[in-house]
Design a protein around this ligand. Structure first.
Ligand code: FAD
Ligand code: A2P
Length: 276
C-alpha cells in the first residue's frame, strides 16, 4: 500500500534560511568571492559576521562563520572565501554557481564594528589573507568616513595574487560616485591603502607587525606618528597575527575594546586554525 501525502508549502521550500547565489568570482586557486540575495529582515552593522553553509550528506547543515564583505546599505550580501582543499565546507562551496542556494543564518555578530571604538581621527584596518573581508564591508560604508578623518588599510599576504581582491575593491572605491561626491579629490587621502607581500617581491613588503613597529608604513605614506589620542585600529587575521599585532598596539599605549566597552582597538579571528 502507498500513502499519498499532500506536499505542503514548507516541504516544497528547498532549504531553511536559503539564499540564492547571484554571482561568483574566482580570484585564484585558493580564493573566491560570491554574492547572494539578502533576507529582507537582515539588519547588520558593517564588519559583522554570520553563519553560512550547505546541507551535509546526513541532512545536517555544514555551517561556518563568514564576515559579510558587503556594506550594510547593499541590497545583496558579498562574501570573500578561502578554498581549503579538504575543508568540509569550502571543498564544496567553491563550486557554487549563480542560481544555487546556500544556507544563511541571519544572526549577525562581531567585534569589528565602529561602535566598539572610542571616537578618534585615524582608523587602521590591519588584515592578513581573508581577514580583509570585514574591512571590505567597512571601507564601503560612508559612516566609516563620517566618524574618521582618515582610514589606513594595511593588508598583508604571502603573494601578490592574494592581494588582488582588496586592490580591486580599493580602486573601485576611489572611483565611487557617492564617495567622490562626498569627498572629491581628497578621497585618496581619506582612504590610504598599504598592501604588502612577505614571500614574493612587490612594491611594499614585510609583515604588518614589522612595518608598524619600525614606522616604515608611516614613512612610506608620509603620515604622523601613532598616538592613543587620535588612532584607532581593527585587527583581523590568524590567531598568531592577532596576538602579535595586539602587542604592537599596546606598545603604542592603545587598549583592546569590545561592544560593551569601546576602547582604542578591537580584534577578531579571520579563522580558527588547526588545533586552536
Ligand atoms: P575548516 O574545517 O573550517 O578549516 C580547516 C582549516 O583550514 C583550519 O583549521 C585552518 O587551518 C584553515 N582555514 C580555515 N579558514 C581559513 C581562512 N579563511 N584563511 C586561511 N586558512 C583557513 N573564512 C573565509 O574564507 N572568509 C571569511 O570571511 C571568514 N570569516 C570568518 C569569521 C570568523 C569570526 C571566523 C571564526 C572564521 C571565519 N572564516 C572565514 C573561516 C571559516 O569559518 C571557515 O573556517 C572556512 O570557510 C573553511 O571552512 P572549511 O569547512 O572548508 O574548513
Ligand atoms: P610570513 O610569510 O612572514 O609568515 P598565513 O598564510 O601563514 O596565515 O600568513 C598570511 C600572512 O600573514 C603572511 O604574509 C604572513 O607572513 C603573515 N603573518 C603570519 N603570522 C604573522 C604574525 N604572527 N605576525 C605578523 N604577520 C604574520
Amino acid at each position: 500500500m502507498t500513502l499519498d501525502l499532500p506536499v505542503t508549502e514548507a516541504a516544497k521550500k528547498t532549504l531553511p534560511d536559503a539564499q540564492t547565489v547571484t554571482a561568483v568570482k574566482h580570484w585564484s586557486d585558493s580564493l573566491f568571492s560570491f554574492r547572494v540575495t539578502r533576507p529582507a529582515s537582515l539588519r547588520f552593522r558593517s564588519g559583522e559576521f554570520v553563519m553560512i553553509g550547505l546541507p551535509g550528506d546526513n541532512g545536517k547543515p555544514i555551517l561556518r562563520a563568514y564576515s559579510i564583505a558587503s556594506p550594510n546599505w547593499d541590497d545583496e550580501l558579498e562574501f570573500y572565501s578561502i578554498k581549503v582543499p579538504d575543508g568540509p565546507l569550502t571543498s564544496r562551496l567553491q563550486h557554487i554557481q549563480p542560481g544555487d542556494e546556500i544556507i544563511l543564518r541571519p544572526k549577525p555578530v562581531g567585534t569589528l564594528v565602529l561602535d566598539a571604538l572610542l571616537p578618534g581621527k585615524r582608523l587602521w584596518f590591519l588584515a592578513t589573507g581573508t581577514g580583509i573581508a570585514p574591512f571590505a564591508s567597512l571601507m564601503r560604508d560612508p559612516e566609516t568616513y563620517e566618524r574618521f578623518e582618515q582610514v589606513v588599510m594595511m593588508h598583508t599576504c604571502r603573494t601578490a595574487e592574494e592581494l588582488v581582491y582588496g586592490a580591486e575593491l580599493v580602486n573601485n572605491l576611489r572611483h565611487d560616485p557617492l564617495l567622490g561626491e562626498l569627498y572629491g579629490e581628497d578621497f585618496a587621502k581619506r582612504l590610504m591603502y598599504y598592501p604588502t607581500t612577505t614571500r614574493e617581491p612587490s612594491p611594499f613588503m614585510g609583515r604588518i607587525t614589522d612595518n608598524l613597529s619600525s614606522g616604515k608604513v608611516l614613512t612610506d605614506l608620509n603620515l604622523p606618528p601613532i598616538s592613543p589620542e587620535t588612532d584607532r585600529a581593527m585587527i583581523c587575521g590568524s590567531l598568531a597575527f592577532n596576538v602579535d599585532v595586539k602587542a604592537v598596539l599596546e606598545g603604542f599605549g592603545m587598549h583592546e575594546g569590545a561592544n560593551s566597552e569601546p576602547r582604542e582597538f578591537v580584534v577578531e579571528k579571520a579563522f580558527v586554525g588547526d588545533g586552536v
